[in-house]
Design a binder for this molecule. Sequence first.
Ligand code: GZL
Length: 314
Amino acid sequence: MKTTLLTTAAVMGLAAAASAQTVGFSQIGSESGWRAAETTLTRQQAEERGIDLRFSDAQQRQENQIAAIRSFVAQGVDAILLAPVVATGWDSVLEEAQEAEIPVVLLDRQVDSSEDLYLTAVGSDLVHEGEVAGQWLADTVGDQECRIVELQGTTGSSPAIDRATGFRNAIEGMDNLEIVRSQTGDFTRTGGKEVMESFLQAESGNEICALYAHNDDMALGAIQAITEAGMDPGEDILIVSIDAVPDIFQAMANGDANATVELTPNMAGPAFDALEAYWSDGTEPEKFIQTESTLYTQDDDPMAEYEARKDLGY
Ligand code: GZL
């Protein structure tokens, strides 16, 4: 009797392993705390669902992502997750995946390619995020003159393009609000610090009222630069950014940052839900699965928000 049970268990185990779906994940890199958390949560989601995840870190280079996708196609994976570093240049490799009948799901960023070339895209409304940030600043400064500097995300990426658009939408027609300098910090802390240092130097003698950073990591780098310049971040220069990583809440609790717009790092959960439905009965998901964008300020108990996020893999 015991032998039979063991044999049955072994057969079921082999069957489960044989049926485990294989997913290739072309990740941009680890440029920010938010990106690290997205990777952590994607691995956790795959493990919980018994998905065999094959991971590729592109070091923020599109050519590495294209090579990874081609490798996943050659391996005959059951699906591909792609967080596209920039918005353009994906048509041919997405066509190759389509020809191989391998569904592609975009995570957290968009591509300019036809939506026929991917199953669905999971992400936030990036323009809206910029609008939320701009509206917070407009509400905070009222009719006070405010010269703004902007740290943009990776050049050519959909978040950099759309977050810039959204912020400008929010402040349009407000003559007291002016963006006086704008430059990419490539979504990194180092980039944010170095570009903010150059802004402070270039604007020495002129007042900078606020910094809008397309992500918290650049804002955190800029806070270092502002402090090293002998100024008081969060007071002398208001700071609004996007992602809601734990360290920005620590900065808010210290009075060094003022507001952030949350971006969930759990894009893989909705992505795998859509894939499991597609694999089981061919269900075609909506082309865009939108995640929430919630504003947090110093009034929202920053240390409680820090505690809620500090163990999520940022
Ligand atoms: C936005 C996402 C951005 C994050 C950054 O959807 O692609 O990329 O805001 C990350 O932290 O670098």
